[in-house]
Design a protein around this ligand. Sequence first.
Ligand code: GAL
Length: 994
Amino acid sequence: MVLSRRTFSAFAGSAALGFSLSGSVSSEASAAGRAPLAPTGPAPGPPAADGRTHTVGFDRYSMLVDGKRLVLWSGEVHPFRLPSPSLWRDVLEKLRAHGYNTISIYVSWNYHSAAPGSYDFTGVRDLDLFLRTAAETGLYVILRPGPYINAEVDAGGFPGWLTVTPGTARTSDPTYLKYVDEWLTAVDRIAARHLYTHGGGTVVLYQLENEYANNVTSPLGRDYMTHLYAKVRADGIDVPLFHNDKGRNGHWAPGTFDTDGETGRYLYAFDGYPSPVGQPPDWGYFGIGGAKGGSTASPETPGFMAEFGGGWFDPWGGAEFDGKGYAESRRTRDAAYERRFYLTNLANGIKIHNVYMTFGGTSWGWLPAPIVYTSYDYGAALDEARRPTEKLIPMHQIGQLLHCVPDLAKLDRAPDVTVGDDTAVKAYPLVNPDTGARFLVLRNDASSETVVQVPLAGSTVPVPVPGLDARLVATGISLGRRTLRHSSAQPMLWLTAGRQDIAVFTGRAGEPTQTAIECASEPTVTVLEGNAGHEYADGLLRVDAPLDGLTRVLVEGGGTAAPLLLLLADDTASGRLWRYDTPSGPVLVHGPELLRSAALRGTAVHLTGDTVAAADLEVWGPRGTTEVVWNQGTVKTRATRSGSLRAVQQLPGVPAVRLPALTNWRRSEENPESAAGFDDSSWRTADKKSSFSVTPVPAGQPVLFADDYGFHYGDVWYRGHFASAGDAESVSLSYVTGAQGLLMAWLDGEPLGTHRMPVPDKKTVRQGTWEATATFPVEPGTRGPHVLSVLVRRMQHDEDGAARDTHKVARGLTAVSFAGASPSLAWRIRGEGAPDRVRGPLNNGGLYGERHGWHLPGFADAGWKVVDLPRAERRQGVVWYRCDFRLAVDTGVDASIGLTLTDDPARAYRVQIFLNGWNMGQYINDVGPQHTFVLPNGLLRTRGSNTLALAVLSDGTTPAGPGQVRLTLLGSAAGGVPVAPVDSPGPAKRGARR
Ligand code: GAL
């Protein structure tokens, strides 16, 4: 479409509305006497462990790395939620490709420490390897080792053993600090090797504590924070430190505690999880700001959002998302939510922006806090099965923009702008005082689309803003050797490839766009692909085009020797455009599902990446590039008028992946502990009189809390012996668990029954603690001795978000009493065996089968009975099922595979799932909502044999499964990363104790 002069004039307007750009705003800046605070230049290239010394600092606008401004565009990823180190690279490459320049990670103390003085950073816990991989991928790292992390993990990251130590955690209590120092010494020894300041890695920021909102003004808190600061510095961590305030309260802002006399090396940060239904918060830059100092509550440090909601978690039963699970979290915090909330954050002055979560992963084993089930998918941009979702696209668009347009790293608020009379659209005008580049974030808080008339650099430009969405428009930014006057589309990136500049603008499919580029004289314009009109007048080339795939407009001449290729990409097309920086210059690739790497060797550009469906491949490389290699195979290409090399044939998609049915199950019952004659003489005697738990020990009774006897995770057994039951009528068992805990009891081997904690709703799940008393009628025979056997599935420890030692709330039995008699019971207790040296302390609880290696590959199950699934048996106790299966996924195919369990939801049973001995989580058939459990490759042998073991706990009130158990293909791609098998030793190497 070529616009007529008449149409063109109808779009053009006047600058009267005040947001005008004349190309002279930099002189306005100097006229205002504002000297640049720091050099403004291109954003630094991707970081690496380059062995060189770097400076990492900040001013009130942004981070300054080697003196260059940098906006950190970060995603939260937890290494401990992906127990397959090879896949860390996959996740990080996917984020880097999609425009993130930073990741933020927690390090979870409990994951690394089975006992005081024991700190393990090997195998799936190899922090050093994770940080190396991040550096190799070109990502900065924000390191958050706690000591407290929250994070929906057991005890908020505190090790089980810490629950039985004296003193109050998260204060300056000396015992607590002694253990904290042990942990920090261990983690900092690794962190110090990866600091960007020394070129050993890419760690640029380090967080102290987590959302510490208590004791803010008391010495207990101040001395604690002071201690952490001094300790971390003493450990050689010399990058800026920060704390993440729970909200923009000003807690722990610089100057509120003693930072060892240091100034300017500590940042203020805060977290935000606003409801996706309301309006995005204005933290202050654009709001009233006032006493709290604008977006930062700390005027001399840059706006820093240490965590901003990228989804949300879901409790057992799925109350948060009405049983719909994480798909609903993703739907309610979708791509438009990201644009609306995150662009508002940028408009509010946030320059360090971390989205929690960006890859949520799996809370495997006994890692999840009571409030969540196994999947920690979170509705994040990259799903639990590592599949890119549409939520990556806005992040990609904005991330690329922040890299290519460094003007965004230093913004002041510009005078207000009126954008027509549509009050639903809020406009945030911003200006870079050094370059004069101007930006306007336009946010539509109404549900229907509107087109606002926006004054942009002398023209009034119609800009469509879809309902509940936002966009950023710019004027005066460089597009290489030309300057953008305005565009109604959002700029995404520009680069110079060969002799031409390439600039990409994006928006929603079907939107009309108008883009004006400064040209000293009339250029030659060729529409290479798509539908676009163009016009030249008054030093401006205007291109009008609806967004539909990838529209290409070649601009030649016009006073600039180098051609400009203008690419107008709808969201889908922008998600197939990949920029990659090489030492010889940037490369732009279009077509495949993912670009992982690009390297230039001679005249060839070597690319690695993924395809799902058959895909085009087009490459713009540095001058002299004549050959393209994709995943080690040379691709036949031809040169295009776009200045690219384009594959003559499409890249193939992924071949079909076939998964076997799971057959040949073997079955074995356990819970011999419930039998009257079971020999428990090797068990620990439970006779302690006092505890450091915050749960009171009932008068006249021994401590029965599992932690006090060294049993911190999973199921715990009790056997109470007594000589005579007298006239006992009933027994009452008081117990405490996390959400969805349960208790089963037997008297002299006969089942008494099961008691379960209720399914949490949105309100109760937050109360944290689940305590109940189960009363069972008893009819003991007159002749003793008797034995009361009790199994408690206690789930996990509470988090300690409010710093009240709630991780020390007891788990297990708390009190036992009889009606009609008062027998004196002698108790023995048994929980988990010695921690699995490879799989870590959180892998196992205290079931008989776990203590005897029934979950492990290679366990001798030949004597077990062969059965078919589904099953329906009624029995109180534990039954195991094991099966072996072989996979033969093609080499070079990254298949994401899950295990899906389904059954009649009335059946009351739960299953612990072990893959090759690794505890992949817990399925509760009558609670849900999770049915599919991701089995990460590496743990899962995709070319080889695997062992599944299911420990089924059923309460005997209904028939129990397993019902249908099958492998599910969650996604597949040709490409992926090389995956090394994760060590999965069998019984011999594990050294389990009985
Ligand atoms: C934050 C906390 C995180 C995590 C998040 C909710 O308040 O810092 O650790 O718990 O909430 O997912």
